[in-house]
Design a protein around this ligand. Sequence first.
Ligand SMILES: C[S@@+](CC[C@H](N)C(=O)[O-])C[C@H]1O[C@@H](n2cnc3c(N)ncnc32)[C@H](O)[C@@H]1O
Length: 248
Amino acid sequence: MKNIFNRNYKKYDAWYDKNKFAYLSELIAIRTKLPKIGRGLEIGVGTGRFAKPLQDVGYEIVGIDISAKMLKEARKKGTRGLIEGDACCLPFPESAFDAAISVGTLHLITDWWLALREITRVTRRSLFTVLREGLNYKATPNGVYKELLKKYGYSYDHPGKGLWKLQEIIKPTRSMFVTSYNTNINESIAFLSEKAFSLQWNVPNGLHRKAMRELRRMFSKDGTYGCDVFVHEWEVNAVRDCLSRPTT
Ligand SMILES: C[S@@+](CC[C@H](N)C(=O)[O-])C[C@H]1O[C@@H](n2cnc3c(N)ncnc32)[C@H](O)[C@@H]1O
């Protein structure tokens, strides 16, 4: 995963630039939920999309990320308090932070339960996550692209089931619906064609081109599809208890 983001860090910000409304809604939602007093930790801080604007309005946030290249981009934007490190082995003492945030990261970590153990070890109160739930995913260009690759014998999935598994094991203490946004099908196809989504980065180019040709034939008309965005808050004590149970 580290190498994937190190190799593709330039592609990363493009999604946010295209989906500005969704991004700003997520940022505002996190801002209204996050306690202003105390220290915060962002796990998988990336290019500083969340940490930087939060720091700008007075939040004390430390950002950790496994990718030196992503951190370099974050530094260029002026994000402070950045540390290169692995979520599964956090270099902080117990209860060093009041709250933790993680956006678009836990599902990328194979040992997601280790990461959660570490997050709940170093955080005293709450973990906040943003979850984007594509409606009818299988019918979207991304879902169809994935199925096409499967048909050609190439399967992939999120390396870690972090967030989804966490939701199954323990319900968020509080959930906030943030927004729904529509993605234009042609824009999505253009994105897929540039291999802009992290899940595609390892797909061999030949298979990618073949899938794109078929995909373009299948989605010949313009249209949109929807995605719902939620901010979930978990009390870390509850998550910690749950992870220490032998069945987890
Ligand atoms: C999809 S990006 C999200 C970045 C940022 N949270 C955002 O929403 O803009 C995922 C980030 O998680 C980082 N990451 C992946 N695995 C990690 C790990 N085990 N420990 C720390 N960071 C990790 C990647 O390097 C990448 O910067």
